[in-house]
Design a protein. Structure first.
Length: 140
């Protein structure tokens, strides 16, 4: 099973991320985001960051998760290549605990691809099928 794929969107890039579980699909969405920015096979998972988010539904949780990844990238000047996600529902809210691993950006060593300006809600979707499929579009 493929982990993710891209689709054409004018001036943006869209992706679908897949997984046997919702957790795995979210992990692969993180991989898809950072493969837009750089080649994740060249990013060493030597620094670990953890965070938690709570959202009202799964689509909002996906948006918030991708925004958080972009935040850590921009604020800490890091690229990430490993993602561990645990999602659970409680009291009508969706909670996500994530641990992400990567390293400081070194454009002399890391391939520079496209800069992501923002995550969009446009066409964002979570399909809990087999496999789970997530769809998102990012603004370049």
């Amino acid at each position: 099973m493929k982990k993710f794929e891209y689709f054409d969107v004018t001036a943006d890039i869209g992706f679908r991320a897949y997984g046997e579980s919702l957790n795995e699909a979210f992990e692969n969405a993180g991989l898809a985001i950072f493969n837009i920015i750089s080649d994740t096979s060249n990013i060493a998972p030597v620094i670990e960051k953890s965070f938690e988010i709570t959202s009202e539904d799964e689509v909002s949780l996906l948006y918030d998760y991708l925004e958080e990844l972009l935040f850590y990238h921009e604020v800490d000047f890091m690229l990430f290549s490993e993602f561990s996600v645990d999602i659970f529902e409680a009291d009508g809210e969706y909670n996500l605990k994530a641990t992400i691993r990567g390293e400081a950006i070194d454009w002399d060593r890391h391939e520079r691809k496209s800069e992501i300006k923002a995550i969009t809600f446009h066409m964002m979707d979570v399909k809990k099928s087999t496999p789970v499929e997530l769809r998102a579009i990012v603004d370049l």
